[in-house]
Design a protein around this ligand. Structure first.
Ligand code: PLP
Length: 397
């Protein structure tokens, strides 16, 4: 083969979620878009806050082309990094400085950078807690390490500590956590974070290694009923935060986020330099200039989370009433539901017969469950209940 076989494989196979989305478009052409209930993607439907477009308008009117569209520093504008530090310090009582931040093209870039920066040997392992975002495998393996899966705690969707303890060994470089979680909607409690920190401190000591927490937090602000999301750097020193504005500001197509390397990280300046080096090696330098400037003006703002909450309540109550077993999400915008067939892939195929497009959680490392994205129009949720009921009635209860 004239190209890298693993890259060819990645590029020629669409992800299962993308596949389903494309299928939905084909079905819409046949049966009409109003008769297809597409719950496949996590594309925010709540508009970006008004501040985003207002700032873009102001910037285009007030700045010359180079100031607006030119290269920024490789690690991002100082003003943007300082604004993020100030905001987090206000919100969480932390003491970050601009030098703790490396601006990236979203959480995907932030994660890839961290895996590349931390991997020192092909034996290095990163642990993902099921259910987990399937792209972790792509990012970890492409950057030369191994992904290890800790099975889900399907009662609470917090961390299954018994299994985690067994998975951590002398090769463990990091544990990836994602709270609020895609796909379960769980938010890790303070107790969970504390327990995780204690476990990793103990294991680092036992093996004489540095074990990192990689906190993947694109959904940090999308939480319901006043649930608090503990700020992980306050509980565990070796924490790198991978943040994205894709979901909080509804800007997934603009590709903007950051890596946070706190001073408390062991040899933090070395780790930051490796993060910058990985950004350089992977081509993630000078994140989009205009959106770095937008962030400065829109710091701390979000899209209207109440709209997602309305969808959550509608879908959770509607499906529970039909008889589905659903986990009530505390954050993000996904409903995690027990499939009516032990084979969730087969269940999703039967859902397709009703033009219901839902995602099997097998690829999320949680067999027997499905993910239903509710960042969709409320109207589509309302219209989909008949199809969910017909799907339910295909099975014996
Ligand atoms: N991590 C999780 C858990 C996600 O759900 C997503 C996107 O859906 C990402 C990372 C990647 O986000 P970004 O658009 O910031 O690259």
């Amino acid at each position: 083969m004239i190209v890298a076989e693993d890259m060819y494989r990645l590029g020629s196979q669409r992800s299962a979620i993308r596949e389903l989305f494309e299928y939905g478009k084909q079905r819409a052409a046949v049966v009409g878009a109003e008769n297809v209930y597409d719950f496949s993607l996590g594309n925010p439907t709540v508009p970006a806050p008004a501040c985003v477009n207002e700032t873009i308008r102001q910037l285009t009117e007030s700045l010359d082309s180079i100031s607006l569209h030119g290269y920024t520093s490789a690690q991002g504008d100082e003003e943007t990094r300082a604004a993020i530090a100030a905001y987090l310090n206000r919100a969480h009582g932390t003491h970050f400085r601009e030098d703790n931040f490396y601006i990236t093209m979203g959480a995907a870039a932030s994660l890839s950078i961290c895996f590349r920066a931390l991997t020192t040997s092909p034996e290095d392992e990163f642990i993902a807690i099921a259910p987990f975002f399937p792209e972790y495998r792509v990012f970890v393996e492409a950057n030369g390490a191994k992904l290890v899966i800790v099975p889900a705690d399907t009662e609470t969707f917090q961390i299954n500590f018994e299994e985690l303890e067994k998975a951590v060994n002398s090769h463990t470089k990091g544990v990836i956590i994602n709270s609020p979680n895609n796909p379960s909607g769980a938010v890790y409690s303070e107790e969970t974070i504390q327990k995780l920190a204690d476990l990793l401190r103990g294991k680092s000591k036992e093996f004489g290694t540095e074990i990192f927490i990689l906190a993947d937090e694109p959904y940090r602000e999308i939480v319901y009923d006043g649930v608090q999301v503990p700020f992980v750097t306050k509980y565990y020193d070796n924490t790198l935060v991978c943040y994205s504005y894709s979901k909080s500001l509804s800007l997934p197509g603009e590709r903007i986020g950051y890596v946070l390397v706190p001073d408390e990280v062991t040899e933090s300046e070395t780790v930051y330099a490796a993060v910058a080096g990985a950004g350089r090696a992977l081509g993630y330098v000078c994140a989009p200039s205009m959106f770095q400037k937008v962030l400065v003006q829109c710091m701390g703002q979000t899209g209207d989370v109440e709209l997602y909450k309305k969808n959550r309540d509608l879908l959770y109550e509607g499906l529970t009433k039909i008889g589905y077993e659903c986990f009530q999400p505390q954050g993000a915008f996904y409903l995690f539901v027990k499939a009516l067939d032990p084979d969730a892939d087969a269940f999703c195929e039967r859902a397709k017969e009703e033009d219901l497009l839902i995602v099997s959680a097998t690829g999320f490392g949680c067999p027997g469950y499905v993910r239903i994205s509710y960042c969709v129009d409320e109207d589509m949720i309302q219209r989909s209940f008949g199809a969910f009921e017909r799907l339910y009635n295909k099975y014996e209860h």
